[in-house]
Design a protein around this ligand. Structure first.
Ligand SMILES: Nc1ncnc2c1ncn2[C@@H]1O[C@H](COP(=O)(O)OP(=O)(O)OP(=O)(O)O)[C@@H](O)[C@H]1O
Ligand SMILES: [Mg+2]
Length: 228
């Protein structure tokens, strides 16, 4: 069953002679519980596609259906609510709030939604990704890898249906990057949320079940990698 359907998405940036077609009619159906990697050269449209899939950027035309809900037919407030509940996003920059502790950062999506954080689940995640001892630390006290694992825990804290990760290891050294990817894979195996990962790293891509290649705003390859 497809949980996420991306239908004929076109996205253009700029105006007049500076027009830039970032996505050129992209169609993609993502199965519930699957792990998909998106690769492609810089500027091929990977982040644009992920942001559109995650409800962050409206396309010029086309639809994004999450469990049959047409994201961009929703009012802003409804979309934000749905996004907080059903979509977890991890970016290359960790985007943690510096004044908040690790735990406060992780609980933020629940607070914004005026719901009680599921502490049992959050403790479970923290345990899995080896951050249990760091709950009361502030982002500046953490290594880059720890900050990104905090961002991952935040993204997963509301048990989202879909996890989107855009170059989550892009700002990290090799070892910390590996740890973040291990954490993503591990959480995928345990919680089985549908996962879409954008990466430059072909080795990582080959470890995922499905690899999508973007080129100049179009999907040029959609192939099976090894089993994760
Ligand atoms: N906010 C924006 N305003 C104008 N042009 C943009 C904007 N965001 C992206 N673009 C352009 O759209 C194209 C696709 O960009 P996108 O960020 O999706 O690529 P990408 O595949 O994620 O690249 P990278 O690997 O470098 O992150 C690029 O040519 C980029 O310059
Ligand atoms: Mg990008």
């Amino acid at each position: 069953m497809s949980i996420l359907k991306i239908e004929n998405i076109v996205k253009t940036y700029g105006k007049g002679s500076g027009l830039m077609k970032a996505l050129n009619g992209v169609d993609l159906a993502i199965e519930k519980g699957s792990f998909t990697t998106i690769i492609g050269r810089s500027g091929s449209g990977k982040s644009t596609l992920l942001n559109i899939a995650g409800g962050l950027t409206a396309p010029d035309s086309g639809r994004v259906l999450l469990e049959e809900t047409d994201l961009y037919s929703l009012k802003d407030r409804e979309l934000s609510k749905l996004r907080r509940k059903k979509i977890g996003i991890v970016f290359q920059a960790f985007n943690l709030i510096p004044e908040f502790t690790v735990l406060e950062n992780i609980c933020l999506p629940s607070y914004l939604d005026q719901s009680k954080p599921n502490m049992k689940f959050i403790d479970e995640i923290l345990d899995f990704i080896e951050l249990s001892g760091m709950k009361d630390k502030y982002p500046y006290e953490l290594s880059g890898g720890e900050q990104q694992r905090t961002a991952l825990a935040r993204a997963l804290s509301t048990k989202p249906e879909v996890l989107l990760a855009d170059e989550p290891t892009g700002n990290l050294d090799l070892k910390s990057g590996e740890q973040v990817l291990d954490a993503i894979r591990y959480c995928y195996r345990i919680f089985n949320q549908t996962t879409l990962l954008v990466t430059h790293n072909l080795e990582i891509a080959q470890q995922s079940k499905r690899v999508i290649t973007l080129q100049d705003g179009s999907i040029v390859c959609d192939s099976a990698g090894e089993m994760i």
